[in-house]
Design a protein around this ligand. Structure first.
Ligand code: ADP
Ligand code: TRP
Length: 316
């Protein structure tokens, strides 16, 4: 029996943090044996924000090395970048023609972005269309993502249904896979950990950086229980064990933070070392990425041909 298909992606928009790891990357690694997995570097999604060629290149390389360092095995997983597979942007164009503006204007991500900046690019507005294309080309059974991406997957489902209704059954409806217990990793200020809030603990941080981040975690002096420290700490130790420790050390915030620093270092140090190994052989990493794109095309190419046939533009 053939394996079920998994697809996901990450925008190459900066250094990954432990929220990205527990919310997304770790799941890819845990699921790579069970599924036929496609993991994509969504560079054209990042182009909404990264508009400097040098930075873009650097960011793509960084994500690739990050993926390899956290344990994605290119023998099991197809790692590729979106821009190598032009079917993604082509299908997004078709989806844009069957989707209305009011529908996309109801998306949370659009509303949030618009609240921050009225001069939104058309790219940001259309973001969910490209993401729907990313997903639907591969007919995945599941799409593992963090909770903030749930609506984008619902949009992909709606878009698949709409296309199927208009042009006949073509796309399979994907399911999101959201790990409940780590659905939203909090940052050092207690809000969702996010690059855009500057409240992250970088996944490959050096010891001194880990120390600085942990010391900056905001604590509330009432009650003796540093919730923000605990919420991050529980990613690294069983909750029951941790609760006992936090009860014993009630009010001793400095000691608890020091313990978190050591636990983070234990978790991060091996990842940091592995990444340094991959950095030594960039041509090999690039070869992996290029081969991944070619493999992805074997799936997306025939699917796109079916779409061209259905919409009636395929004449030969
Ligand atoms: P950021 O908010 O830092 O820009 P991204 O939007 O690049 O992060 O997210 C990349 C992936 O990591 C997505 O699947 C997202 O859902 C997941 N993710 C991001 N932040 C968190 C978090 N704090 N907790 C859990 N998952 C997260
Ligand atoms: N939008 C996702 C994010 O911000 C990245 C992404 C792009 C993605 N295309 C995808 C995730 C397809 C899953 C499937 O993290």
């Amino acid at each position: 029996m053939s394996k079920k298909v998994l697809l996901s992606g990450v925008r190459p928009s900066g250094k990954p943090h432990i929220g990205n790891y527990f919310g997304a990357l770790k799941q890819f690694v845990d699921l790579q044996d069970q599924y036929e997995a496609y993991i994509m570097i969504a560079d054209y999604h990042a182009l909404d924000f990264v508009q400097n060629g040098k930075d873009m290149k650097q960011n793509i390389m960084n994500v690739l090395l990050d993926y390899l360092a956290v344990g994605l095995d290119p023998k099991k997983v197809t790692i590729f970048k979106q821009s190598d597979v032009s079917e993604h942007t082509e299908l997004a164009r078709i989806f844009e023609t069957i989707t209305t503006m009011p529908y996309l204007m109801r998306a949370h991500a659009f509303k949030d972005a618009e609240a921050k900046n009225k001069d939104l690019s058309v790219g940001v507005f259309n973001y969910p269309m490209l993401m729907a294309a990313d997903i639907l080309l591969y007919s995945p059974d599941i799409v593992p993502v963090g909770a903030d991406q749930k609506q984008h997957i619902e949009i992909a489902r709606d878009t698949a249904e709409k296309f199927n209704r208009i042009f006949g059954d073509t796309f399979k409806l994907p399911e999101p896979l959201i790990m409940k217990e780590v659905a939203t990793v909090p940052g050092t200020d207690g809000r969702k950990m996010s690059k855009s809030y500057g409240n992250t603990i970088p996944l490959f941080a050096e010891y001194e950086e880990i120390k600085k981040c942990v010391m900056s975690i905001v604590t509330d002096s009432a009650g003796g229980f540093p919730k923000n420290v605990f919420e991050i700490h529980k990613l690294l130790r069983p909750e029951d064990e941790l609760k006992k420790i936090y009860e014993e050390k009630a009010g001793k915030y400095k000691e608890l933070k020091e313990m978190l620093i050591e636990d983070l270092e234990k978790f991060i140090a091996p990842l940091r070392e592995k990444r340094k190994e991959f950095e030594k052989d960039i041509p090999k990493a690039l070869e992996i990425l290029k081969a991944g794109g070619e493999k992805a095309k074997k799936i997306s190419g025939p699917k796109m041909d079916e779409v061209r046939e259905k919409v009636g533009v395929k004449l030969y």
